[in-house]
Each structure stands twice: as structure tokens, then as C-alpha cells.
Design a protein around this ligand. Structure first.
Ligand SMILES: NC(=O)c1ccc[n+]([C@@H]2O[C@H](COP(=O)([O-])OP(=O)(O)OC[C@H]3O[C@@H](n4cnc5c(N)ncnc54)[C@H](O)[C@@H]3O)[C@@H](O)[C@H]2O)c1
Ligand SMILES: N[C@@H](CCC=O)C(=O)O
Length: 522
């Protein structure tokens, strides 16, 4: 069994270099393998029971709407209740499994996922519309979360050694972190493996049992993870897989008296709803529910006149259009000081126009957005943008049998404009002009969100000041504002971006545990 002393220190999973022909071919082979398995039917997992329902969620390829990825059974309230009872029962034994044993399931899972890395990525390419590098990074992050949280549980289980309590005569005192109970895990679709895996494994390795309700657009990749956990022998009932409607199953479980915590990542609107519903005390409930809610962003990049302007332009484009702008960290705004404004805007437009839009399985840099609802919403924002700024690139639909939208750039946008304030979650960038770097930071800070930001400058004094004054959970200097790494950049945001849980950081597991002090008279 792994222990804190014999486990190797955590290192991030390396990314695959797809400029190497053998890696590209390996991914193509994985895509072909996954394609041969498309259209399957997937059951709910409630304890050891596999439940097929008449109602189904049909998961399709957003890059080719005629391709069905899978048909996934759909829980209703009665099945959600059965899953809750199963998870409650499983909790009674799982909470007593030693931490090292719980961590071992994770170490095994990480190893298996690593062996099948391209298969996981290929499924995401088809189900969520990621290109090769984005899907590969998602799988690498999932492996990182598993490895990191397993080590974190080992560390927490020996907290008396790492953070010894003050000793007094006549007593032996101990602090242990014990689990909370049954949690509802509600991930988003945009990191359909990494975030789903991170949220679930953190809760489970801490000794909780969970009801996992995956996002309805990406339930098949979530099922592949659940099946992997079953394969490594995780006891039945620890992770229960219950896809279903947010409004029906989500609200039912959020308000359930036996729900001990809700771990949510998604939009501000749903996060606030969950927070509000979870705050009510249901009859028979004997605790205050814990809500971990990581929500949206309106992130941005600030560029001053001393910056490396080419690097800044590249970072703006990468942050705005990586995975079609569908990251909570996406740099959907840029504020540039007026003396270099035209030059940076010109570079940004040139780089944006060079981006090709196409089918993810061909590894086109820009793929589709996730579904019809997003497509309509983003196109509507583009129309709003046409009234709020100067359209310099894109501006509408792109070709293809999927939800393709051109990478779109608006310049001369006022800080109060809707496209500067509201999360669009698509390939739309709004650029604003500032008279100087301080005004640019003030414009950046003028948002209800506070997730990621970047400041480009070569002036050390300004950088020092920016480190203090740019108000967001993840602030980067002279680099893009996406791409946080587990253990390196613990991730989470301020204000309406959520509870700043810092996923992939050393505080995260504490959210799924409660500290118990025991004091024994000698
Ligand atoms: N801060 C972060 O770490 C982070 C990371 C990724 C995504 N996000 C945010 O997520 C959003 C995109 O994801 P999305 O479209 O899946 O978000 P969403 O809020 O629409 O859905 C998130 C999840 O909530 C579920 N849901 C919907 N209604 C529910 C209800 N009433 N009760 C319980 N669950 C319900 C959905 O089925 C899904 O699984 C963006 O706003 C993005 O910024 C934030
Ligand atoms: N952690 C990811 C974003 C997750 C939300 O979508 C990043 O840093 O780019």
C-alpha cells in the first residue's frame, strides 16, 4: 500500500507533442477505435445495479450533429432517491476504509487512465469538440487530479505529524479529518473529464460517497471514468452515476435532507440557485449543507506600452479562442493602453483570421461550440456586439455540419457594454482602450466576476502594483490566462466566480472533510 513516505512526489502528467507524426497517428488510431464503439447504450450505476431507463439522454458530436456518441439512461426522482439510499448505506463502510486504502484506488485509476490516455482524449474530441491538444490536456489534468488528491489524503491522514498540536501534560490530543457524508457532484461539460474526475475523486478519497450527475452534453466520457473506477475495484455505491435533468434531479438532490454537501462547477445562475436551495433546511435535516460552487468568469488580459506586444497578442488570441472560448478562464476581454492599442489590435486580428475552423477529429485549431443552445446564445451576443463595438474579425456562423462559429473580435468596446460584462462562453473577444495601465486595470476589475486575469508589462514596479490590484483568483503575468496546472496553479475565483475552492491545491480536500479533535486523559 502507498504511504506518505513511499509515494513519489507529485509531478504533472506531460502533454503529448502532436507535431510528432507517431503521436498524431496514435491519436487517429484512438479516434478510429472510439468511433467503432459509438452509439452504445449506457446504464445508471446505483450501487452494483446497472439500470437502463426508457428515458434517454442522447449525446451527439457537436462537430457532426448526425453522429450519436451514446444513449445514456436518465434518472428521475425515484431513481435519484434509490441512489441516495445506496450512497448512504455505502458511506457507513467506506468512511471506515483507511485513507491509504482509499488513496490506493486512485493510484490504480491514474495508472489505468494513463495507459488509455488517447482513448479518453479521443472520446472527448468526439463528444465535446476539443482539438487534440485541448483533449490531451484535459486527460492529463484528470490524471493529475487523481494523483494529487490521493497524495493529499495521505498527507491529511498524518496531519498530527506534519502539523503537531501543542503538547500539554496529562493529555494525548489528536486531530483527524473525517468525511462529511453523501455529496452531490455536479460538473460542467467543458472539462468533461478533468473537472468531473477532480470533483469526484476529491470527495471520494476523503471518505465520502457521491451521487455524480454529469453534464447532459457529455455523459459518455463521465461514464467511461465511472467504469474505470469500477474496474479498479472501488466498492459499489461509493460513486453512483445518475445522469438526469438539472431541474428535476438536481433540485431534488440539492434540497434532499440527507445531502451533506453539493460540489458544483458551472454557470453563475445555476451555482446561485444551488446555493440558495441548499441553504434551506429540509425537514429531518441535521446539518448545514456545504456548498462548493465554482462558477463563471469574464476574464481578461491587460497590456501596457512596455509589454512584449507580439507575446501579448498571441496570449490574447490563445486565451480567447482556445476550445472556442468555452473555458471559465477564457480571456474574453482585453484592455490595451492607447499608445500601443492599434498595434496590438492589428496583431490580434491577424492571428485570429489565421485560425482555421473545422472538424475536431481532423485536429482543426477551432472546433464547434457545444450545442444548439450555446450556438444560438453566442450568435445573439455577436449581434449585440455589432451594436457595441467595431467588428474586426469573424462575426457569424462558420461552415460545417455542427455548431461552428467564426472566432470573432470586437474593438473599441466600452467597459460597461454587455459583451464586456456578461459571460458569453464562446469565441468572442471584446477589446477596450485605456488611457494608461492603471485605467486598464480598473477596467479589468470592473466586473462581478474574478476568476482569471493576465497583466502584460516589462515594468517591474507596475507588475508589483498589478499583483496587488488586479482582483482575481488566478492572476498571471506575461502569459495567457488559461491553462492552470494541478499543484502549480491552484484554481478558483472571487466574487461571482464562486467560492474560490482552489481545485488542485492544498486546501481542496478540507472542503470535503470535517476536523475532529480527540483529547484523552493519560
Ligand atoms: N470556475 C470554474 O472552475 C469553472 C470551470 C468550468 C466551467 N465553469 C463554468 O461553467 C459554465 C459552463 O458549464 P455548463 O454550461 O455545464 O454550466 P451549467 O450551470 O449550465 O451546468 C453545470 C451543471 O449543472 C447542472 N444543472 C443544471 N441545472 C441544475 C439544477 N437546477 N440543479 C443542479 N444541477 C443543475 C447541469 O446539468 C450541469 O451538470 C460556465 O459558466 C463556466 O464559466 C466554471
Ligand atoms: N482550469 C482551466 C479552466 C477550467 C474552466 O473551464 C484553466 O485554467 O484554463
Amino acid at each position: 500500500m502507498n504511504t506518505l513516505t513511499n509515494v513519489k512526489p507529485f509531478v504533472n502528467e506531460p502533454f503529448t507533442d502532436f507535431s510528432k507524426e507517431e503521436n498524431k497517428q496514435a491519436m487517429e488510431a484512438a479516434i478510429a477505435k472510439v468511433k467503432a464503439e459509438l452509439g452504445r447504450e449506457y446504464p445508471l450505476h446505483i450501487g452494483s445495479k446497472k439500470v437502463m431507463t426508457d428515458a434517454r439522454i442522447v449525446s451527439i458530436n457537436p462537430g457532426d450533429k448526425d453522429e450519436v456518441i451514446g444513449r445514456v439512461s436518465k434518472a428521475d426522482q425515484a431513481l435519484a432517491e434509490e441512489a441516495m439510499q445506496t450512497a448512504l448505506q455505502a458511506f457507513e463502510s467506506w468512511k471506515r476504509v483507511p485513507a491509504a486504502e482509499r488513496a490506493d484506488y486512485l493510484f490504480k485509476a491514474a495508472e489505468l487512465m494513463r495507459q488509455r490516455k488517447h482513448e479518453f482524449s479521443a472520446l472527448m474530441i468526439l463528444e465535446s469538440g476539443k482539438n487534440y491538444a485541448e483533449a490531451d490536456a484535459d486527460t492529463a489534468e484528470a490524471i493529475d487530479f487523481i494523483e494529487f488528491y490521493a497524495r493529499e489524503m495521505l498527507r491529511l491522514s498524518r496531519i498530527n505529524e506534519t502539523q503537531p498540536l501543542t503538547k500539554i501534560a496529562g493529555e494525548t490530543n489528536n486531530l483527524t479529518y473525517i468525511p462529511l457524508g453523501v455529496g452531490v457532484v455536479i460538473p460542467p461539460w467543458n472539462f468533461p473529464l478533468a473537472i468531473c474526475v477532480g470533483m469526484t475523486t476529491a470527495a471520494v478519497v476523503s471518505g465520502n460517497t457521491v451521487l455524480l450527475k454529469p453534464a447532459s452534453t457529455t455523459p459518455v466520457i463521465a461514464h467511461k471514468f465511472v467504469a474505470l473506477m469500477e474496474e479498479v475495484g472501488l466498492p459499489a455505491g461509493v460513486i453512483n452515476y445518475i445522469p438526469g435533468s438539472g431541474a428535476e434531479v438536481g433540485d431534488y438532490l440539492t434540497t434532499h435532507p440527507k445531502t451533506r454537501f453539493v460540489s458544483f462547477t458551472g454557470s453563475k445562475e445555476i451555482g446561485l440557485r444551488i446555493n440558495r436551495l441548499a441553504a434551506e433546511t429540509a425537514p429531518g435535516q441535521i446539518w448545514i449543507k456545504r456548498v462548493v460552487a465554482e462558477m463563471g468568469g469574464k476574464d481578461g488580459i491587460v497590456v501596457d506600452e512596455t509589454a512584449d506586444l507580439q507575446a501579448a497578442a498571441q496570449a490574447i488570441v490563445a486565451s480567447a479562442f482556445g476550445f472556442q472560448g468555452q473555458k471559465c478562464s477564457a480571456g474574453s476581454r482585453a484592455f490595451i493602453v492607447e499608445s500601443v492599442y492599434d498595434e496590438v489590435v492589428e496583431k490580434v486580428v491577424e492571428l485570429t483570421k489565421a485560425l482555421q475552423v473545422g472538424l475536431p477529429e481532423t485536429n482543426a485549431p477551432v472546433g464547434p461550440v457545444i450545442d444548439q443552445g450555446s450556438y444560438d446564445k453566442i450568435l445573439n451576443y455577436i449581434e449585440i456586439g455589432k451594436t457595441e463595438g467595431k467588428l474586426l474579425a469573424g462575426g457569424g456562423k462558420a461552415e460545417g455540419n455542427g455548431y461552428y462559429i467564426e472566432p470573432t473580435v470586437f474593438a473599441d468596446v466600452d467597459g460597461k457594454a454587455r459583451i464586456m460584462q456578461e459571460e458569453i462562453f464562446g469565441p468572442v473577444l471584446a477589446i477596450g482602450k485605456a488611457k494608461d495601465w492603471k485605467e486598464a486595470i480598473a477596467l479589468y476589475n470592473d466586473t462581478e466576476f474574478g476568476l482569471t486575469g493576465a497583466f502584460f508589462s516589462s515594468d517591474e514596479d507596475r507588475i508589483e502594483e498589478a499583483l496587488e490590484t488586479v482582483h482575481c483568483g488566478n492572476l498571471y503575468i506575461n502569459r495567457k490566462c488559461t491553462g492552470a496546472l494541478v499543484g502549480v496553479h491552484p484554481f478558483g475565483g472571487f466574487n461571482m466566480s464562486g467560492t474560490d475552492s482552489k481545485a488542485g491545491g492544498y486546501d481542496y480536500l478540507l472542503l470535503f472533510t470535517q476536523a475532529k479533535l480527540t483529547s484523552r486523559k493519560n
